[in-house]
Design a protein around this ligand. Sequence first.
Ligand code: ADP
Length: 603
Amino acid sequence: MAYQGILNDQARRAQESHDRLSGTSEDFFYALDSIMVAELNAVNPEDLESSDYPPYIRLAFLQTDKPDLHLIHHHLIYIPDSIDGSLSDQGDQILLNLITQARMAKMRKQEEEACNTWQIIEEKYADQLLNNKIPLKLVSLLEQIKILSESDDIEAVNKVAERFYSYLLYPSVAYEASQFRFFWNEVDQMDLSLYPEVDSIRKLVEQKAEEANFLLRMISDRDPVFLQSKQDPAWPGIYKFPLNKDSLQSLYLSIEKPNNQRVGCLIDVIPFIDAQVGNVMAQLDPDQNLSWEVSDTVKSEYSSFTFSAYYPDLILNLKENELSFLNDLSARGQGLYILLFAFIAGLMILGLVFTIYTLNHELKLNRLKSDFISNVSHELKSPLTSIRHLTDLLHTNRVKTEEQKKKYYATMLDQTEHLSYLIDNILDFSRLEDHRKKFRFEQEDYSKLIDKWMSGFKDRLTKAGITLKIDLPDKLPKITIDANAMQQVIQNLMDNAIKYSGQGKEIEIKVWLSGKEVMTSIRDRGLGISKKDQDKIYDRFYRCEESQELGIKGSGIGLTIVQRLVAAHRGRISLESSPGKGSTFTIVVPIKQHEAYEKNSIG
Ligand code: ADP
């Protein structure tokens, strides 16, 4: 079924293509006809000297009252005999002397001198007609042949005969048919022993003479037989007739003019087609979508169209070129398929991009998670190791002085607090991720809380040799916060400030009031954060490369927690930092939270 459908579709398309080509062939034949008619209309009877005719116009003529014929242009080897036979004898004296001299020499049997004199006339008067009628060149050549034919010098005879026949073939001056016949017969009767190459020129002359005879007969007749044939209905007033004889394939075209005159021309069809077909096809098929060939046979895979009866047996072979896939679709009006195709291709590409993106993202997240686990383990391990070590010392009574013991207990307490801060951080992170974190907002004395929280950092700061500057306002109204959450925010920021202080030995915490908001900034003079990292540090598990390279412990969740906790307070966080100079994190929270929000807020 489907196969049959495809076959039907192919047959339908082949038929459509043939129909289109058939239209093109009609345009083609019409265009050729129009060019022919234009050539006929361009024949100007006033201008007999014109040489502006294309080579395929064999002759152009004007017929006046019978039987007068004027050749306007021609490629004939002679012209018709004129009716008016009056001769005017105004020969030039030098010429007459030369002729007399040559004849006298012949009579005196001085053949060589006679020949030489005729040769002078041949060269000097090559383009002249004696008495306006007789080509002087032919006269002198004939005389030379006559003299030489009586000698045994065959070579000399052939040389002159070659010049004689060549002149008949390509005359340098127009002369009449009767003259041609005269000279032709004179030499023909002599029965010369011609060399083959000379004889072949002679044969060519014979053929051309026959052709000229035929053509002249055709156009001389006022009403030749063929003119009784119909006029071409497509071209009213124009008479056409094919003239085919031997190698001659011409088309006779003529048109009636006022005063019983008729202008016509003979067009050599094959050279005409050769000259015009390229131009016509270029106009009909500017985009070169067609292949074409004019030949006398039908070409396979082409659609073939026969020329009209006025032309020789020729065939126009046309074929539509294979189109590219997309052009083919659009050429068949199936733009919808293209759209559909483009749409599906687009979807597939989009799907592919999305899959690659998701895969990449998943891979990155997985790597971050495994980094996180190893980072957290390391972070938890160091306080635990230190606690275990101190406990071991105390347990085995290896600490002697009471003062030393106190110091160790204090360190253990410190480490335990750090441990619980780390664990709280992880637990809070997990609650925030699952939106399970609950907040309890209460009115708090923020300055007091800051003081308390800062005292927790005293030992660490002292150990690290960092001085802490605390800048609190004199009077700060109570603000509504979740104290534990806010402590975690400040602790994380302080923890980072200490961790990433490097050689910078000063940290400043500053609190101030701005309108209805409380601002808290924590400034360190440490490593700083590059511009490209500033947007990423709040992403979970993200750690800047530099801090990892320096071996600073961390898990990449501190700032994520800070950002979410501040957001839960309807606040915001900002950062000013430049590498090597330090960083200032500023958090802004409103003094008051909305009541409804305070009661049941879950982060
Ligand atoms: P971490 O546990 O690694 O400190 P955080 O989320 O707190 O994770 O911080 C993310 C990254 O931001 C850190 O790894 C560090 O590279 C960078 N960072 C945070 N605070 C500072 C700071 N004060 N100075 C320089 N870099 C910082």
